[in-house]
Design a protein around this ligand. Structure first.
Ligand code: ADP
Length: 214
């Protein structure tokens, strides 16, 4: 099964993606995670992408396209989170011979709620887990690290810029997939459990876990 996750910054795509991938034994591929990891390790990709990621701007397709193609070529089942973010990227993805998207989950949440979530979001630099300042005691629930930190692009002005880019560049991608008959819209407000249950229900009719063509 090949699934794409789309939604505004703060919609919870990372959490949904990780769990959906677990449900179907596929790989959760987040372009945001791939890029942050490359920046942190100072790789060639990281050096090219750093200024864009930290300012909340889109990394140019000439830089990212090849990386995405190379990762997807190795996966039969995946949940792709954070890509495509532009119609150009959506067309690029459709043109890859080994990609056949089964469904696109669109996680909907309004701007006020995304701003509230991002303001409190904390990232564990040790294991990559994401948590929220209102929910925890400053300790990573996954690996126990006490070094939780805000993401560099979660500053208020950067969040606004990311939301504007989302409206301008990514909202048309939603329409692109609606026209292709692939879009499954889910309400991404409420608890993580509720949102995940909606995401799972949206793709349940397509579930072919264990299927070789999956
Ligand atoms: P968000 O919380 O905004 O959904 P992500 O973790 O998906 O954040 O992405 C973080 C940053 O990584 C983006 O603001 C952008 O700089 C870069 N990025 C991720 N995916 C893409 C993409 N498909 N195209 C261009 N840039 C991307």
């Amino acid at each position: 099964m090949q699934i794409v996750l789309i939604g505004p910054p703060g919609a919870g795509k990372g959490t949904i993606g990780e769990r959906l991938a677990g449900t179907c034994g596929g790989t959760h591929l987040s372009t945001g995670d791939i890029l942050r990891d490359a920046v942190a390790r100072g790789t060639a990709l990281g050096k090219k992408a750093e200024t864009y990621v930290e300012a909340g701007r889109l990394v140019p397709q000439e830089i990212l396209g090849e990386v995405v193609a190379e990762r997807l070529a190795r996966e039969k089942r995946f949940v792709l989170d954070g890509y495509p973010r532009t119609v150009e990227q959506a067309e690029f993805l459709s043109g890859l011979p080994f990609v056949k998207i089964d469904a696109v989950i669109y996680a909907e949440v309004d701007e006020e709620e995304t701003a509230r979530r991002l303001a409190g979001r904390l990232l564990c630099p040790a294991c990559g887990a994401v948590t929220n300042a209102d929910a925890g005691d400053g300790v990573c629930g996954r690996c126990g690290s006490e070094e939780l930190a805000a993401r560099a692009d979660d500053r208020l002005d950067t969040v606004q810029a990311r939301y504007d880019i989302y409206q301008r560049e990514t909202a048309p991608v939603v329409e692109y997939y609606r026209a292709a008959g692939l879009l499954r819209e889910i309400d991404a407000t409420g608890s993580r459990e509720e949102v995940f249950a909606r995401a799972e229900a949206a793709i349940r009719p397509l579930m072919t876990c264990g299927d070789d063509n999956g």
